[in-house]
Design a protein around this ligand. Sequence first.
Ligand code: URA
Ligand code: URA
Length: 348
Amino acid sequence: MDFEVRRMLRQILLDLRLAGVTHLPRSIGGTHLALEGNGPWVKAPNASFTLADEGQRGSGAHVPPNTMTLASGPPQARTGQIRSHGKITAKEAEDLTKAAAGQGEVPPQEQPPLRNERLAGAASEFSPAVSFSMLTLPAWAQEEKIEVLSPEEKRERLQQLARRVAGCRRCPDLVRNRTQTVFADGNPDSPLVFVGEAPGADEDRQGVPFVGRAGQLLTDIITKGMGLRREEVYICNVIKCRPPENRTPTAAEVANCREYLDEQLALIRPQYICCLGSIAAQRILGTKQFVTKIRGKLFTLGRTTVVCTYHPAYLLRNPEAKRETWEDIKLLMKAMGLAPPPSRKAGN
Ligand code: URA
Ligand code: URA
């Protein structure tokens, strides 16, 4: 069974469990799908869930440690919530409930094919620990709000968006100091997006993200660490203008740019996001936590798996943290079904 289909089935099973269904299949069509298992089970930092009540834990359904479930409201109400945020249709829920009771088959879900050959070839036995459903997914992650576009339409819309960004004058301090806006680099059809913080001096000069010293380190992580080419991934930032003196973007600046990154991600529809540093992690996961606290884990937003790690600029100042970043990158690769290159020395 296709890795992505399996991941989605697992998510649906989890949603059903959260909706109060206690007897769920451990396998579908011969594929093992049990929800317990390896991996870091984590809670969305901003999800308003409470721990599963003991009654549910004792009901025979295995609830992995730290898994957050909706604890209040009758099962119908909870199912309603899950439907209303677009994860499964009533028909799919019915089919799954039947399959759970051993009657009938679960219809496979349509997934767009991966366009990248190396990435597409990477079928994985590893299933990321999908451990929560957010009540309010960010707009870019809400399937029902996302248009399915041809690659040509996608490029056209991204170009339109980049032109809008280039003409943006929302942040006077940034507009005054910028040479140009910095929209993105790489392959818009990539399943993997890196999100940084903001352009620096080199990026501002060249109009391309991550081309300075931190950018060279990111390129090394992608090429030497992951064995991918930089052109195979998509790279962008939380804000599109260089902050003067490379200061941290203000909350207002991040808010002003929110619409642009949201639309960018809705067009790209990444399967994986790697957040570089706290600003990106906070922006993508909607949390106030710092990257130190949330690195080393997999998060799921709709169909997208998110990993956070240190910012390459931080790694340049704190090389000892590279070891942890390599752990994070290996976790990401495992989730993606990519084997680490054998020659890769840990910690470099
Ligand atoms: N740091 C970032 O966060 N983004 C860039 O594009 C360059 C450096
Ligand atoms: N703090 C940050 O803001 N970013 C990092 O990458 C590490 C620590």
